[in-house]
Design a protein around this ligand. Sequence first.
Ligand code: NAD
Length: 496
Amino acid sequence: MQQINHYINGQHTQPSARNAAVFEPATGEHKANVSLASALEVDAAIELAKKAHGPWSEMTPLNRARILFKFKALVEANMDELAAMITREHGKVLDDAKGEIVRGLEVVEFACGIPHLLKGEHTEQVGGGVDAWTLNQSLGVVAGIAPFNFPVMVPMWMFPIAIAAGNTFIMKPSEKDPTSVMRMAELLTEAGLPDGVFNVVNGDKEAVDTLLTHKDIQAVSFVGSTPIAEYIYQTAAAHGKRVQALGGAKNHMLLMPDADLDQAVSALMGAAYGSAGERCMAISVVLAVGDVGDALVEKLLPQIQALKVGNGLEGEMEMGPLISAQHLAKVRSYVDKGVSEGATLLADGRQLTVADHEQGYFLGGCLFDHVTPEMTIYKEEIFGPVLAIVRVKDYAEALTLINEHEFGNGTAIFTQSGEAARHFCHHVQVGMVGVNVPIPVPMAFHSFGGWKRSLFGPLHMHGPDGVRFYTKRKAITARWPKGNSGQAEFVMPTMK
Ligand code: NAD
């Protein structure tokens, strides 16, 4: 049985006293055990990261960037191995796993521009013989806590910018799929990253609570479910830390009657069923405006029934299993609930079996029609391959539904009307908006984040917000007077 421990100060550690089981979702096999760090083990990692911060933050930004350039090349050289690790532990199909690595590497590429990104502002002559400028300096030791659904990409939303800016980092991956982060830690060392700059602590609530309350952790980045995000935000903020905590989602596609339906249906298939719906930007609700619902169902249903579901390691698959037996049971129970609450189940993925993978956590694509806003399957995040169609009379009703939903991560409008799209972008209360783009994930040089209960904290992930989050600003005002400049002043200096 494979044993996964921690990666601290450039080395794998000994096992902890407590472990969690890691499963292969396609087969249901218990394939590894992962150490769960105690508070003392986390303390020790933080201490080493604190020691590493001095020399690392003194290294020139250009030299820090050069290490990230090497890391990028190493990740590319090891792409197949990393993708297979993701697929084995998470279940998503191999090409999707490669896609998440590429999207993560885009943040590394952005962070390679750190010499430019750290530049401050400068004003000459703010007063007679006085100049003012700003410095963007590192915070110290910062922590990242990741969910299971993007085991490589979400950590890469965090650590490349954090370390490029001169911080040292403690990563706490999901205990469900920790292997690929451990491999990235090895690749960072191989790229020349000094020991202690990037550390991986595996664990559960005990490790997380230690990070949230430790005096030497300056900032916490979190991605996961909303109840935990809210807890992380409140606890870390109460302990004086900067926090960005990204939570759950219920992303709506607003389908106008004038949309190109073939294009919208293809977009929906990937956005609702890709990665078995386990994406925070997955589309889980379609608001079918006017009479477009019937035509939508007619085109969508055969494609759902034809979905190739199986082991993601097999090249031709389109959708893999869910992450765990517990999550499968939870998603199935939502499907049961939708039926009992009166929605029409047009595609029932509960019937699916995958040959030779009877113990795998598979669920076929599910489609509900005539869902109403009062139903549980409309209100709650399901995080599985379950799409709900809500029929609405007009655009205004659709917009109101989106704006009244508790989550505000992503949304998309499909239309050929520039006027409707423009109105939607301006008025919708959601952080990331697509126009004929189903999953509008911003590129690395923009910032990623939702609104409402999809994000706690003012700053989004990566892009300009990422640089702001991981740096503190210092404003300097300086003059070089000759001799004694005169008398003491007891009134506010007004920079004459
Ligand atoms: P989760 O909240 O269960 O776990 C996330 C992390 O928190 C893990 O590292 C876990 O070990 C830790 N954790 C869990 N319970 C904890 C507790 N009681 N105290 C302290 N730490 C705890 O989330 P998940 O199931 O791994 O991921 C799926 C969720 O993540 C979905 O809700 C999804 O929408 C969300 N997500 C959001 C985004 C986004 O950008 N907004 C991106 C990806 C995933």
